[in-house]
Design a protein around this ligand. Structure first.
Ligand SMILES: [Fe+2]
Length: 184
């Protein structure tokens, strides 16, 4: 059975999420020019959120990339596969309750590689009406490690108080934890 995700117990994750939101508001233009995928300068973010840096240091993790994912209600079908297929952390930042990250099995012949014109990020889009089988779904109410090599979608089931923001963190690709969820 393919491993889709694993929740992480980080007692101060809400404090960190609030501090990251503060960084987004005061040090980026993500809320002014919203696109789905927003790279941020990870060194700068970690300098502004020392609790997050402390967590990565405790875990002996070398952060190599951080992005903020922005989604508004109502959202189209966002089913995709990430170009970067290393195991990553996903962290709730704002308005993540009552929405679901869903993982599917979809055969590879239904994937096509595309480059988003707005953010320059590559991903694999999945053909409409391709056969899909749900593997798992999670409500992002605490940090999780997940496998972005599996087709996944974010489903917003009802209007939110504002944009849904989550943070994804990638690590040294040679770290065994970048290769398999079972190493977490
Ligand atoms: Fe993704």
């Amino acid at each position: 059975m393919v491993q889709t995700h694993k929740f992480l117990d980080i007692p101060n994750h809400e404090v960190i999420g609030t501090a990251v939101y503060d960084y987004v508001v005061n040090h980026t233009d993500i809320l002014q020019t919203p696109v789905f995928w927003n790279w941020v300068n990870h060194d700068d973010l970690l300098a502004h959120v020392p609790e997050l840096r402390a967590w990565t240091q405790e875990q002996n993790l070398t952060v190599i990339r951080i992005a903020i994912i922005y989604i508004e209600y109502p959202a189209d079908d966002l089913t995709h596969v990430d170009d970067d297929q290393h195991i990553r952390v996903l962290w709730p930042i704002k308005n993540c309750e009552h929405s679901y990250t869903v993982f599917y099995h979809i055969p590879k012949q239904y994937w096509t590689k595309v480059c988003d014109q707005h953010d320059g990020a590559y991903h694999y889009a999945v053909k409409e009406n391709s056969p899909k089988k749900e593997l798992a779904h999670i409500e992002l109410v605490q940090p999780v490690v997940f496998n972005p090599a599996l087709p996944h979608n974010v489903v917003l089931s009802k209007p939110l108080d504002g944009p849904r923001l989550s943070m994804t963190i990638g690590f040294d690709e040679q770290d065994p934890r970048s290769k398999s969820i079972s190493n977490w």
